[in-house]
Design a protein around this ligand. Structure first.
Ligand code: ADP
Ligand code: MG
Length: 785
């Protein structure tokens, strides 16, 4: 039975000039024999072996293997054929330098899916057969030429192939080692078909069973020809699928690449480090923006309790070009054109049209009142500012002075507005979330006749405050206990403070203050305690000075509303203090300050947190939705303005930094691409070897993809690790500079994403080089040095 049959095989090369390497060669080979092929250099011997071994493709004719035509073979049929049936032995050994002897032999088995332990056993066994039992853990460059060739023979044998193809296996060996190698091949040929190309006619004669001479791509002579060369029809048809298909597992590809990278440790580390720089950049930017956002949202919720949603009766400028309410076609902004080109100069009434005045009605107050029932969880406090002026007399030292309070319709306290006089929120617990009581015996006021002193975080109050109390003595400092329990203010009712004189009322003159303070049964205010902002509070709810209870406000308003002066002003169109005529608007203001009109001039709503604020705003918007434009009430949300400003800033910074980091990422990606390319060039020989033992194109690209993935993984882990370590000094530095702790906050999820991202990027970078590797012609790959 014929093992192999070549039927008019022709192979021509067209590189440059046309070379006919094989010219209609017809040959038969028996199941087991030792065939020596002789012939001058360039006559086509290697080409013949490569075609028999399925490493190269014939142009015409047919190669019949075990009676099976190969005309219809696909790439993977050839790969499987090489892996199952062929063992190659080359003149230059073609061992993989970074693999041990044992691993070099195992390689073919890894492709045919043999288990690890069986692989080792079989590889060991063939190595013992070729006499290398004690060399198995050496690297090829630690062996002699004869030993290397024996490793190559072991590799060729390990898969138990039917055919061994040896291309000048003794070409590089001295005569003593040559005979060793030939002895081994001779032994093999007792059970298999061995086809050996050689230059050495003497050795060929001595060892081989059959000698074939070639010249210029033709068979010149054959010492023991197969009598009759049957044609394909002589054999029953078999399916090419009789060969077990090869596949390299991902694990094999990874370990192959891993060991290759280990042999180039220095370069791998530098590559991974360079690749990690981009990752470090992105990781740090992410950590910073992460920490920054966390800081902002935490400080925002602090800030929210201090910066309320405010509805004031102040006039507000509204940008009608924006989304504000627009009214009617007569408005000049209806042109809607900024920077007009026409020869037009518009005149418009800024007073009339761009100002909006909130009119707080009873209806609205009821609506706000309802807010605390509707959204009890959302509201910390609702504070009202009253327009009524309290008549306050202070006796800080000997003299009694008037404690001036400036009516402040804005009613929004951000420290040091110069009034030093404000209402406390109703809810004691809320105050104590923001303020500490300091000083011995300090407590919160419990009624209209009690008040607290508010100091700043340094225990300070502006000198002007003490002057307002009549404490002009040059005492630089006081003691907290100088104030606790002291009664220094008297709130004088309107009827005692204003004297009616015909149509006109006159306020008490400074000369009368002393008598009024002592004799009038007003509301004497006792200071019960001292409040100081808590350490982590970011801003002040209360300004420094005095703070009284809402009970006092109610009391004063009730008293003012009934007072003679208020009633008189309600009746009159003239100012009851000045005697001047008043229009409706001005009269309303006077009524407010005298307490006749109890409508608040400002409402402040303190939300509990960010979500609450949105709910409250929704609630306020719902009121406006049903109202005509001029009846709507516009609120201001200072916290949002501040927060959106900072978050815009942070986003901008993040984008810019990410941009820079991305550039370094791109650079490192390109670099990894180049390094993979270099690796492909370096490992061309290895690609040829892998293909010769049956690796598919896919397996080759797998090897290089595994290599880039390892590099990507290493750079990712390195980058993430370095970034994590860097967050410590960065945090220290920033804390030293700004007192903000933990601004670089590394999110573990980002770490994972970055490692994965790094692997994806390097995979992309290595894609072209690994495709290139897979596409390499195995014959050419084996020829390169
Ligand atoms: P041998 O092994 O007998 O020395 P080869 O089989 O290597 O000869 O080559 C046979 C002929 O084919 C030679 O002329 C060689 O130059 C040519 N040849 C071999 N491979 C190629 C190739 N890849 N491209 C072009 N010509 C080739
Ligand atoms: Mg050759």
């Amino acid at each position: 039975m014929l093992k192999l049959k070549l039927d008019h095989i022709t192979k021509t090369y067209t590189g440059g000039e046309l070379v006919t390497a094989l010219d209609a060669v017809s040959l038969g080979f028996r199941e087991h024999e030792f065939v020596a092929i002789l012939g001058p250099s360039g006559c086509g011997k290697t080409t013949l072996l490569n075609i028999i071994g399925g490493l190269d493709r014939y142009d015409s004719g047919d190669l019949i293997i075990n009676g099976l035509s190969t005309k219809a073979f696909k790439n993977n049929d050839w790969d499987a054929y090489r892996n199952n049936s062929i063992g190659f032995v080359f003149q230059t050994y073609n061992l993989i330098g970074h693999q041990t002897v044992l691993q070099n032999v195992e390689i073919a088995l890894t492709l045919s899916g043999v288990s690890a332990s069986e692989r080792k056993n079989r590889a060991r066994k063939v190595l013992v057969e070729v006499g290398l039992a004690d060399q198995i853990n050496k690297k090829p460059n630690q062996l002699s030429g004869g030993q290397m060739q024996r490793v190559a023979i072991a590799r060729a044998l390990v898969n138990d192939p039917d055919i061994i193809l040896a291309d000048e296996p003794t070409g590089a060996l001295d005569s003593r080692t040559s005979t060793q190698v030939l002895d081994i091949l001779k032994g093999i040929s007792r059970e298999r078909l061995v086809i050996m190309v050689t230059h050495n006619g003497e050795l060929a004669k001595k060892y081989s069973d059959r000698t074939i001479r070639m010249l210029d791509g033709k068979i010149q002579s054959d010492s023991n020809p197969v009598e009759e060369v049957q044609t394909q029809e002589d054999f029953p048809m078999q399916s090419p699928s009789k060969f077990k298909k090869t596949a390299m597992s991902l694990w094999t590809a990874t370990s192959l690449s891993f060991r290759n990278l280990l042999t180039k440790r220095g370069r791998t580390i530098i590559t991974a480090f360079a690749g990690s720089i981009g990752i470090i950049g992105v990781a740090l930017v992410l950590a910073l923006s992460n920490g920054m956002s966390a800081y902002i949202s935490s400080s925002q919720s602090d800030t929210l309790s201090n910066y309320p949603i405010t509805i004031t009766t102040n006039e507000q400028t509204i940008d009608f070009r924006g989304e504000g309410p627009t009214s009617g076609a007569t408005a000049p902004w209806d042109t809607n054109v900024e920077f007009p080109d026409e020869n037009i100069l518009y005149s418009y009434d800024s007073q009339d049209s761009t100002q909006h005045k909130n009119v707080i009605t009873q209806d609205y107050l009821d609506y706000i009142e309802e807010l605390e029932n509707e959204l009890p969880e959302a509201v910390n406090d609702i504070a009202y500012t009253q327009g009524v002026t309290m008549n306050l007399l202070a006796k800080g030292e000997e003299t009694v002075v008037k404690f001036e309070t400036i009516p402040e319709p804005g009613g929004f306290n951000i420290g040091g507005n110069g009034t030093y006089w404000q209402e406390l929120p109703e809810d004691d617990a809320f105050i104590l979330t923001l303020y500490d009581l300091i000083g011995e015996g300090s407590r919160l006021p419990s009624g209209e006749n009690e008040a607290v002193l508010v100091v700043d975080s340094y225990n300070r109050i502006d000198k002007a405050f003490f002057e307002k109390l009549g404490m002009t003595e040059d005492a630089e400092n006081y003691q907290l206990t100088d104030f606790i329990g002291k009664t220094i203010l008297n709130v004088i009712p309107n009827d005692d403070y204003y004297i009616k004189n015909g149509e006109i009322f006159t306020p008490a003159s400074p000369a009368d203050y002393e008598t009024l303070f002592d004799s009038v049964e007003g509301t004497k205010l006792t200071i019960t305690g001292i409040l100081r902002p808590q350490e982590d509070a970011t801003s002040n709810y209360l300004s420094t000075g005095l703070a009284y209870t809402p009970a006092l406000t109610s009391l004063v308003m009730a008293d003012a509303e009934r007072s003679e002066i208020a009633l008189a002003q309600e009746e009159s169109d003239r100012h009851v203090l000045l005697g001047t005529p008043l229009d409706e608007e001005a009269k309303k203001n006077v009524l407010l300050t005298l307490g006749a009109d109890t409508t608040p001039t400002a409402i402040r709503i303190y939300p509990r947190d960010y979500e609450s604020k949105d709910l409250i705003k929704e609630y306020l918007n719902a009121y406006n939705a049903d109202q005509a434009e001029e009846d709507q009430l516009i609120y201001t949300d200072l916290a949002e303005t501040i927060a959106s400003l900072t978050s815009t800033l942070i986003n901008t910074i993040t984008y810019v930094l990410t941009g820079f980091a991305a550039i370094s990422l791109v650079v490192s990606t390109i670099m990894i691409g180049i390094i993979t390319y270099v690796s492909v060039i370096e490992r061309t020989k290895e690609i040829g070897i892998l293909r010769s033992v049956g690796a598919r194109k896919k397996d080759i690209s797998r090897v290089f993809n595994a290599e880039t993935l390892i590099i990507g993984f290493t750079s990712g882990v390195l980058g993430v690790g370095i970034s994590y370590l860097l967050t410590f000094p960065i945090n220290d530095l920033i804390e030293n500079l700004t007192d903000i702790a933990g601004i670089a906050d590394f999110n573990p999820l980002h770490a994972v994403a970055l490692v994965v991202g790094s692997m994806i990027l390097t995979l992309i970078a290595g894609f072209i080089p690994s495709r290139m590797a897979a596409g390499k012609d195995p014959v050419i790959a084996l020829r390169t040095e």
